[in-house]
Design a protein around this ligand. Structure first.
Ligand code: PLP
Length: 419
């Protein structure tokens, strides 16, 4: 069997113990179609370390009770674990207060919360929302919904052929009419790390609040909401080695405080009569109904795991994988990389003129290699590049140079078979 932990030749491989890391993720020792799994679909979701999986079992085995409402022991224990996780997230993002950390189902729900709650309260006909040309549908469709309802316009920061935003255009895009900016931090299709700091600074010159879609940034880069000075930031637990079904909305307390609730129900109220209600304080005003308690706790454990590795070290290691994979892929006949920005992380999209991405993905699957093919929920961006889809390999801290070699060999076979 191939040794998938081979890292020789990687100058950064010594940054951490890759063999130990791989042993922490039980799924990585699986075989697929008789071949050892090479999991390169991390932008879609990351695999989970055993301690995260154990935390879910532990929760349901010894702590399960609803939070906030109980005086009994189990409720106190689960409430403490749930709120401790919120504090870990607050520290991870360097937020000012745990009131600024709202548990949601994921990035998509976080963005919908802001579009619906902030948008309904603050937008009016003729206002404009700024997005980038590389938004995931999750950071575009919610804004289209509110724009349609309020008769507003969406303005798009364009992207150049390398996959970099054309920031010279900012002064033509922002104006007195701009009332919100919803900006992709790292592109899931191109890997581009956007200069969000510059966009935020420009937006603030027009008193425009900014939401960052950090779904693809959170597991690759240090994210400090105070340094960034963004008004809102959204991410999903499952892309940060945590469980599915849990995510986070960060919002500046002053803005969240002024926003109306997104959903009504238990936990988000202070006082209820048959005709009206007053609402709970932050963050509970935005957490109607029973939260996803176990997965919120699991996300806290995932953050502990990432912090133990160190996000800077993870970034450095993943960059070495990206550089190596890019250099190898570039050598292949007829292969074109889509997304060649100077500042990139962990994602390589590629196409062939004559081979459809789905054929690439299906062929590689038989080699045990999991990549993603399609439009990656960025149809307007695919349109901008004049392509229907790409093949995308995306890396995480547990991937190795040896796995990239297997990918390259797999792609060589694809070329051979389809030429
Ligand atoms: N934004 C970006 C950039 C993404 O890559 C994704 C998922 O791939 C999302 C938003 C949506 O995340 P979720 O489906 O976890 O809500």
């Amino acid at each position: 069997m191939t040794n998938r932990t081979e890292t020789s030749g990687m100058p950064e491989a010594g940054i951490f113990n890759i063999e130990k890391i791989r042993n922490d993720f039980p799924i990585l020792s699986k075989t697929i179609h008789g071949k050892p799994l090479v999991y390169l679909d991390n932008a879609a979701t990351t695999q989970k370390p055993q301690i995260v999986i154990d935390s879910l079992v532990e929760y349901y085995t010894s702590m399960n009770a609803n939070v906030h409402r109980g005086v009994h022991h189990l409720s106190e224990v689960s409430t403490k674990a749930f709120e401790d996780s919120r504090i870990k997230i607050k520290n991870f993002l360097n937020a000012n207060s745990d009131k600024e950390i709202i548990f949601t189902r994921g990035t998509t729900e976080s963005i919908n919360l802001v579009a619906s709650s902030y948008g309904r309260a603050n937008f009016k006909a003729g206002d404009e929302i700024v997005v980038t040309a590389m938004e995931h549908h999750s950071n575009l469709v919610p804004w289209q919904l509110i724009a349609k309802e309020k008769n507003m316009t969406i303005k798009v920061i364009p992207v150049d052929d390398n996959g970099e935003l054309i920031l010279n255009e900012l002064e033509n895009i922002f104006s007195e009419k701009t009332k919100f900016a919803a900006i992709n931090f790292v592109s899931n299709s191109l890997g581009t790390i956007n200069d969000v700091k510059k966009i935020i600074e420009t937006a603030h010159q027009y008193n425009v609040p900014v939401l960052l879609d950090a779904a693809q940034a959170i597991n690759h880069l240090p994210v400090d909401v105070q340094k960034l000075d963004c008004e809102f930031l959204a991410f999903s637990g499952h892309k940060l080695y945590g469980p599915t079904g849990i995510g986070v909305l960060y919002g500046k307390e002053k803005l969240l405080d002024a926003m109306p609730p997104f959903m009504g129900g238990g936990d988000m109220i202070a006082r209820v009569t048959y005709n009206e209600s007053t609402y709970n304080e932050l963050p509970y005003k935005f957490e109607a109904g029973t939260s996803n308690i176990a997965d919120a706790i699991g996300l806290g454990v995932a953050i502990d795991y990432v912090e133990q590795m160190g996000i800077e070290k993870i970034a450095m290691y993943e960059n070495s994988l990206l550089e190596y994979a890019t250099a190898q892929l570039q050598k292949l006949d007829g292969l074109k990389i889509i997304g060649t920005a100077k500042n990139k992380c962990a994602v390589i999209s590629f196409i062939f003129d004559t081979i459809h991405p789905h054929d690439v993905g299906t062929f590689l699957d038989f080699e045990g290699i999991a990549i993603r093919t399609g439009h990656h929920c960025t149809q307007p961006l695919m349109h901008r590049f004049g392509i229907p889809a790409t093949s995308r390999a995306s890396f995480a801290m547990y991937n190795t140079k040896d796995e990239i070699d297997i990918l390259i060999n797999g792609v060589k076979k694809v070329i051979e078979v389809f030429k």
